[in-house]
Design a protein around this ligand. Structure first.
Ligand SMILES: [Zn+2]
Ligand SMILES: [Zn+2]
Length: 386
């Protein structure tokens, strides 16, 4: 399909293509903890304030293998059978009652959280920490975690959980909105010092996006800490300095690179044991620490209490991505935030087992792995092929 400069032809093509909505679809279904299969299931119908979307691209997140393995069964997901998947983009194919502002043919990106809308947190715009988390009867949704997710050909979404894609942003890029939002939210909480120095611990997809968004938000210099192939990727993709923690102590190395002062902000993007303390010890006086990586289970860390107090170190826990999707999509549309080179592999939904293994084992340098439940999403556009 050709993409015109104003996107009109694209929209027309999409609209024509989506008139037929089947009654059944393919979906990744977890029948029980640790089991998964592709099943034929009914296509859901949108409720009021919801749209039915045809899913064109879903990226596998670090949390997906945990959910599939059943590590958090009873919480994520609360019950079986369940369909995970929360980093997605697609097109609106039907609208429920009372939907305003969206119509069939709209290309959209999703975000995982939809708050109840009326609790104190939601009213303050902090719907990612809604007081009614996990209570669907309140209207709360956490798509792909507590509510049906996107590893399927279709799914219904609240209009509060979708954002329109600019015409020149691909479905693959759109699917990366949720993961990118996690980073941007953390940086909005902590702030980024203009012309300052930032350290990023953990050069996975979240770390690489952190490296880039820190620059977009005004940092002059980014130091990335990691090891192996992913650290080399960070260097290739734009890190100013890299530190291999297998060879150097990260705190000593950061201090050596900053004239002994430490960085203005440090972002922990790995969730690994011991890195919280390192982040605290590598920021300068008055420095800020953003905790983005999700640690396994109930990891306890020893933090130098007096050091934090006497140096006025601020620590920001950060969860998900409230109110940032439109910012990310604007940056991507303006080519200021590049995400497309993070997509290393693309698979059909039928090949989900291979996609999952590629992601989990980081085969062939796997970074972001895209699943396309409805066939190739972006293949018609030469400028967006990768
Ligand atoms: Zn995710
Ligand atoms: Zn709420």
């Amino acid at each position: 399909m050709d993409r015109t400069t104003d996107g009109s032809e694209l929209r027309a093509t999409v609209t024509n293509a989506v008139r037929e909505i089947p009654t059944t679809m393919d979906a990744l279904v977890l029948p029980a903890a640790g089991e998964y299969e592709i099943q034929s299931v009914p296509v859901p119908e949108p409720e009021p304030d919801e749209v039915l979307c045809r899913i064109r691209a879903v990226t596998i997140c670090g949390s997906d293998p945990e959910i599939i393995r059943g590590d958090l069964a009873g919480f994520w997901p609360p019950a079986y059978p369940f369909t995970p998947g929360h980093e997605w983009a697609g097109e609106v194919v039907a609208v429920g009652d009372d939907v305003y502002g969206y119509e069939v043919g709209d290309r959209v990106a999703g975000q995982a959280h939809k708050g109840c809308g009326f609790c104190e947190r939601c009213l303050a715009g902090r719907y990612n920490i809604c007081e009614n988390y996990g209570k669907p009867e309140s209207g709360h949704r956490h798509y792909g975690f507590t509510s049906r997710g996107a590893f399927a050909q279709y799914n219904t979404y609240s209009v509060r959980s979708i954002t329109k894609l600019p015409d020149n942003v691909s479905f693959h890029e759109g699917a990366l909105t949720d993961a990118s939002g996690v980073v941007v939210h953390a940086m909005e909480l902590s702030g980024i010092t203009p012309a300052g120095t930032v350290a990023v611990i953990g050069p996975g997809p979240i770390g690489l996006i952190s490296m880039r968004t820190a620059k977009l938000l005004g940092a002059a210099r980014v130091i990335v800490i990691g090891r192996g192939e992913r650290l080399r990727s960070a260097e290739r993709l734009g890190a100013d300095e890299i530190i291999d923690f297998e060879h150097d102590d990260p705190v000593d190395a950061v201090r050596a690179l900053t004239g002994g002062l430490g960085v203005h902000e440090a972002f922990e993007c790995s969730g690994a044991r011991g890195t919280f303390r390192q982040a605290v010890e590598m920021v300068q006086r008055g420095g800020r620490v953003g905790l983005v990586g999700v640690p396994e289970g109930v990891v306890m860390e020893e933090i130098p209490f007096g050091y934090v107090v006497s140096n006025e170190i601020a620590v920001f826990g950060s969860k998900a991505n409230p109110n940032v999707s439109h910012k990310i999509l604007t940056w991507v549309a303006e080519e200021r935030l590049v995400l497309r080179d993070l997509v290393t592999h693309v698979f059909a939904l039928a090949d989900f087992p291979i996609a999952l293994e590629t992601f989990v084992k980081r085969k062939d340098g796997a970074m972001k792995v895209v699943v396309e439940p409805n066939g190739p999403a972006d293949s018609g556009d030469e400028s967006r092929k990768w």
